[in-house]
Design a protein around this ligand. Structure first.
Ligand SMILES: [Zn+2]
Length: 321
């Protein structure tokens, strides 16, 4: 399974956007600049033939290969976690949520289908679940159609375009096949699984590595959100609202000011004490800090990697018409 934010009570989902998954119990001078290629307001260009490695964050690549090099870990996860995941899927999600379809919340269905098309990936199922904690997550279990769950509070908080960014982030987890590692991370986060030996093994040997990987995977999936929205301000606005937004404030928040905040955070953290705090905070969070994510996505939106992907896709579309 894989996700955006945080599994609430139980479990197994993987993760998402807003909240630290585990809470162990828990300047550079730039503002928001218009990227070289910004398709805000237009129909998104479709990335035909897009591969996960075309947008995977370098830290994700690095940490994935570290985890993959551990013999048997991938297979172990699939064998031991599938039954638990299935139970969670059936009882907690499908049974208590609304399935989005062409005849049910059709605008959300179209939004998801469009995002999947842009990312050159299959469209999973989408469920909307009543929950006051803003969160979204994805479950991908072998042999079953993957699905995304979005809490109602996320729908209330975000514009439709921002909501599509959340869906795209979740699609990014599926596109990058993040499921198994995210599931491991969730085992750590929830403590819900009592697989003899496994929990202790993971906790002792892999915890720090897994969390480092999860933070890197989140950066990759924010890039998937940018590929779909094609407007970095939309992605940054989602991060800002998940950090400190609520429906009554959402139209008053300022994305540019949020990015300025990221810059000042960097400055404060440049002292030895700031450095220590920042790294200690990061070490215990499954998701990178929202301001850091905003900064990362701003930088990538102006990078050659992103702009050349968009330009190639636009050229391809022009050649077809
Ligand atoms: Zn995520």
């Amino acid at each position: 399974m894989a996700s955006l934010l945080l599994p609430s009570s139980s479990s197994s989902s993987s993760s998402l956007w807003t909240k630290p998954l585990n809470v162990k119990r828990s300047a550079r001078g730039y503002g928001v600049r218009v990227p070289v290629v910004c398709r805000a307001g237009a129909s998104p260009v479709v990335f035909r033939g897009l591969d996960a490695d075309d947008f995977r964050h370098p830290l994700d690549k690095q940490n994935t290969s570290l985890l993959s090099s551990i013999p048997g870990l991938n297979q172990l996860g699939k064998a031991l976690l599938a039954p638990v995941a299935e139970q969670v899927m059936l009882l907690e999600n499908i049974g208590t949520s609304v399935l989005v379809a062409e005849n049910q919340l059709s605008d959300l269905y179209q939004s998801l289908a469009e995002a999947a098309k842009v990312l050159n990936t299959e469209t999973p199922d989408l469920y909307i679940r009543q929950n006051p904690v803003p969160n979204a997550y994805t479950l991908a279990i072998s042999g079953r159609k993957p699905f995304i769950v979005v809490h109602t509070s996320v729908v209330e908080l975000l514009t439709r375009k921002e909501l599509q960014a959340v869906l795209a982030h979740e699609l990014g987890h599926l596109k990058c096949d993040h499921g198994v590692w995210l599931t491991y991370a969730n085992i750590l986060a929830s403590g819900a699984y009592n697989v003899p030996g496994l929990g202790g093994f993971i906790a002792q040997t892999l915890e720090e590595q897994l969390y480092r990987w999860v933070r890197a995977a989140e950066l990759t999936c924010d890039r998937a959100a940018l590929l779909v929205t094609q407007d970095p301000k939309v992605v940054m606005s989602v991060l800002m609202k998940l950090a400190g937004g609520c429906p009554s404030l959402s139209d008053k928040l300022n994305v540019d000011a949020f990015l300025e905040q990221a810059r000042s955070y960097d400055k404060a953290a440049s002292s030895p004490v700031g450095w220590y705090i920042r790294n200690a905070q990061r070490k215990q969070l499954s998701h990178p800090l929202p301001v850091m994510r905003a900064r990362e996505i701003d930088e990538w939106s102006r990078s050659q990697g992103y702009t050349s992907l968009v330009k190639q896709a636009i050229q391809f579309e022009s050649g077809q018409s």
